[in-house]
Each structure stands twice: as C-alpha cells, then as structure tokens.
Design a binder for this molecule. Structure first.
Ligand code: ME8
Length: 518
C-alpha cells in the first residue's frame, strides 16, 4: 500500500435535499480521491451529514416531525446522491451517531483540561441560518433596515449563558500556521483569513442552553455544544477518535478538507485552534472551492431556479456531468452551469474529440485487421512524435491534478487528444488501407497505445465510460492506474494472449439539448 492520503468534504446540513453545490463538492472530492488512488496513494475519503443545531431543529418543527426523523430521512438523500454520482467515499458519517457524540465529548474534555473553556454570559447577533454569531461591525443592512449577516441572512439579538473557548489565545499560533505552511488555499481565501485573524480574535461562545438538539456538554448537561464544535470533529470521529491507534494513527493529520468558500473561517480558524487546544495535530490543508451558479445566479427557492443534481445526471449521464464540472470551472473560483454549456462542452470534447478518436481507432482495427493486435510493426517519426505529445499531455494533466487545477489538467489532456485527431487526419489510415496496409496497421497500433494512455489518464473524472472503453480494449481491470502507463509492453502481452478487438460500442454519446431547456 502507498502513502496514506485522507480527504474529506464538508458534512452537509440535511435540512433539505442535496443541491447542485453539494453535488459539485462531492464530485470534486471524488475526482481528487480517485486521482490519488491512481497515483498509488492509500486513500481514505469521508463525507457525511451535519445533523444537529438550531437550523435542523427549526426545520423539523416547521414540518411537524422530530429533528431525528428529519435527519434520518434527509441524510438518506445525500447517501443516494453520492451513490448515484459514483462518489467513492469510504465513510459516510452522521453526527447523530453515538460514536460521534463520544468523540466530540472527548475533544471537549481535552480543551477543558487545557484551561481553554470557561462559563460566561453571551449576548450578540446570532444567525440561525449560518449557525454563527456576528459582530455588530460585520452586519449589513437589508430591506427596511433589517440587520443581516455578511452572508445576507437574518440575525437576532441573543442572550444566553454559555461556555466560551479561549480562541484569542491562539491568534499567534494560527498566524504562524498560515505563514509557514500551505494550510489555506487558494490564495484569495488565505488573504481573507489572515486579515480576519490579524484584526484580533475574540473568545468563542461554544455552547447553547436555549435548545437541546446537539451533543451534551460533559458535566453541564443543560448545555449542548455549539454545532460547529460538533460538526468539525466529524473529521476525526470517522478515523476512530478517541482511539488514537488504527485509522487515526494512519490517516491523521488529514491531507485535505475540501469545503466551500463560505465556511473557510470555521475550518481555518476555529478547527485548528480546537485541535491545538486538545493537543492534536492540525490538518495539512483546507481548500475553499468557489460556488456553482446557475447562469451566473445563486440557486434559491425564492428565485425558483433550484436544480436537482440527480435530474441533471439523469439527463446528461453521470460521467458527462462530472467532466463538465471539473472542466468548466477554474477550481477555487465561482463557476456557472447551463444546459447549453454542458451540451456544447461535452459534445465538443467528449463525444466529438476523445469519444470519436477511440471509436474510430477500435472500429478500424476491428474492420481492417479483424480485430487482431500487431505490437511489433516498425514505427516512424510521426508515431514517435505522437506518443511523446500524449506523454506530455498526460504528464501535464497529472501534475495539474496534483495541484487541484482540474480545468488546466483537462486542457492539457485535450491538447493530446487534438494531437491524436490531427495525426489520424494526416496519416489517413483509410487511404493507407489500399496503398500500404502494413503502414495502416502501424498507425492503428500507435493510436491504440495513445487511446489507452489518454483513457487511463482521464479515468478519475469519467470512471464508468472509461472502464467500458478499457474493457473493449482488453485492458485488465487491475492495470488501469497510472503505474500502468509505464508498462511499455502491455500491447505485446495482450497480443500474445490472443485478445482481439470486437465491434466497438461508443462510450460518449452525443448529447441533445433537453426540450424544456432549449
Ligand atoms: O455548510 N456551490 O453545510 P451546507 C458550491 N454543515 N458549493 C456549495 C454551494 C454552491 N452553490 N452551496 C453550498 C454546511 N456549497 C455545514 C458544513 S463542515 C464541518 C459543516 C458547499 O449543507 C458549502 O460551501 O450548507 C459546503 O462546503 C457544502 O456545500 C455543504 O454546505
């Protein structure tokens, strides 16, 4: 087994069904997980649902059910979404699980033992939707002079007895962390957080007495913990904490918390401070991705533009949706989707470029060579140059993916696909068939080698279609990781086994605009 690599998504609030932003984050995390697996890492991938807090309690009350019922029903939709979108998580955590309560209470005890928790009275502007208190100075004014949080959500003046965490004590250690490591990415978020922390940290209210839907504070049973203390701890609960051997020893500190830009502060200020207080190592990196917008607008129930990601996956195919999201959005920035953009991008790149290349190659081998493989024909300069161009494209893609720059990675991959299509046009194997059949066979074998490399490279993004293609090419199921790219004799071995290419089936069909969207 390779080096451990632990990646997590945010855990979603199951107060409604998953939206396209949830799908985007889950898909991006899955691509990262699959990419690291292909690179040989021993990957652990966790996602889940964040089931406590006032937001859940209020929603359940509105629906006339208990918060536990709401959480159970809705978290199933998140599990179903992950399964539908081929999200290969190892652990799906629900914060209502007893093991999670135990883990959070142990974290609390350690913070308390370190002298970082004290009882006081809290007064402030609280936003239920954000589950956060805000400073007067941070508020903005909405319609009718209504006070709103910086996230545009309503706030209420709230007074309660509360436990406090000595966040102020960690200011210097946090600033050191940001300056000496790559803890926060991308850079725009780093700058935002630095400004916030340099502005001075105030102690944080970390318990509530006004409701009881949460993890109980040890020794102070009328208090439940602030939902963010509880939620953030999910990342270590899933590794078996408080047990510190086993998975915890192997995968902690985690490599990457992938989250959206709106919750960067919780992950880069509160979470490392809690861990420092409890004497535990902090994760290696937090990446705050951008928001996915619907033609430039945030989806919302009020605007009536909410899209069910499952409907999109059903309309266009799971792989297509995954490819579109990773290719279209510069990772870290906001991005937009529309039906036209999905159809245009995926037809141009998946159906017409790569899909067509693979389909043409396999079908010419099937028709003109009876599907047989001839690995040892002489190669000429054009063949060697193409193999080089593909190796450069695939190498560029792997490096960009390591750096989480997916759109640039897929662009490098696409350049290699274009080089192959240009080679097909220049070599014109359909003409060679009559003039120089042996040369035609060498051209087709060159193309087959390139298609295999390109397929293996893009497999983390579009796993189902690529597996279908590699099956048709006789590539063994256990030879589809990046190490297989170095196996220069695979075609020799496959030919020696007597494998022949059968009539191929396309794996990236052309898309049509759905009627209601055109
Ligand atoms: O914040 N585009 O849960 P959540 C992209 N429970 N990402 C989006 C998005 C959009 N339009 N809208 C939301 C929570 N997200 C907490 C997290 S973690 C210990 C607790 C992202 O259901 C959002 O940024 O509101 C977050 O990373 C994730 O979806 C879940 O959001």
């Amino acid at each position: 087994m390779g080096e451990p690599y632990y990646i997590t998504t945010a855990i979603s609030y199951p107060n409604g069904k998953p939206h396209i932003g949830h799908a985007y984050e889950a898909i991006a995390a899955d691509v990262i997980a699959r990419h690291h697996k292909a690179e040989g890492f021993d990957v652990r991938f966790q996602t889940g649902t964040d089931e406590h807090g006032l937001k859940m309690a209020q929603k359940a009350r509105d629906l006339g059910i208990t918060p536990a019922e709401l959480a159970a029903e809705m978290s199933q939709h998140f599990i179903d979404m992950c399964d539908k979108l081929n999200v290969s998580y190892d652990v799906f955590i629900r914060t209502t699980e007893p093991r999670h309560h135990e883990s959070v209470q142990e974290l609390w005890r350690r913070m308390e033992a370190n002298g970082d928790l004290y009882l006081d009275r809290y007064e402030g502007w609280y936003s239920v939707r954000d589950e956060a208190y805000y400073d007067e100075s941070e508020l903005i004014e909405g319609e009718g002079r209504q006070k709103l949080s910086p996230q545009n959500t309503p706030v209420e003046w709230t007074v309660e007895e509360s436990w406090f965490f000595r966040l102020s004590k960690y200011q210097d250690r946090l600033l050191d962390l940001y300056k000496s490591t790559d803890f926060i990415r991308p850079e725009s978020r780093l700058n935002e957080v630095m400004r916030f922390v340099e502005g001075g940290l105030r102690d944080l209210s970390v318990s509530r007495t006004s409701f009881d839907w949460g993890v109980k504070v040890p020794g102070s049973e009328n208090h439940v913990m602030y939902v963010w203390v509880d939620a953030l701890t999910n990342y270590i609960t899933g590794l078996g904490f408080p047990a510190e051997g086993g998975d915890f020893a192997k995968y902690w500190p985690g490599d990457l918390h992938l989250i959206g830009k709106d919750i960067v502060r919780f992950h880069t200020v509160y979470w490392p401070a809690f861990l420092m207080s409890a004497g535990l190592p902090v994760p290696k990196q937090v990446f705050g991705h951008g928001f996915l917008l619907n033609r430039g607008q945030k989806e919302s129930k009020t605007l009536g533009n909410v899209t069910d990601p499952i409907d999109l996956a059903e309309a266009y195919g799971v792989d297509t949706l995954r490819y579109f999201l990773m290719r279209e959005v510069a990772f870290g920035q906001d991005g937009s989707w529309s039906h036209e953009a999905i159809v245009t991008r995926c037809n141009a790149e998946l159906a017409n470029s790569f899909g067509n290349l693979a389909q043409r190659t396999l079908s010419m081998i099937f028709k003109n060579m009876d599907g047989t493989l001839k690995p040892s024909l002489p190669l000429d300069d054009a063949d060697v140059a193409l193999a080089d161009a593909v190796a450069v494209g695939v190498g560029g893609m792997r490096r960009a993916f390591m750096d989480l720059d997916f759109s640039a990675g897929l662009e490098a991959w696409m350049r290699a696909v274009f080089a192959c299509n240009q080679y097909v046009d220049e070599q014109a194997p359909w003409t060679l068939r009559k003039t120089d059949p042996e040369r035609m066979e060498a051209v087709l074998m060159t193309l087959l080698r390139c298609v295999r490399s390109l397929a293996i490279a893009v497999r983390p993004v579009v796993p189902t279609a690529i597996d279908k293609l590699l099956d048709q090419m006789g590539v063994a199921a256990d030879a589809r990781d990046y190490t297989a790219l170095e196996q220069s004799d695979w075609l020799e071995t496959l030919a020696a086994s007597g494998f022949t290419i059968a009539k191929p089936e396309g794996v990236f069909p052309r898309l049509e605009m759905p009627e209601e969207a055109s």
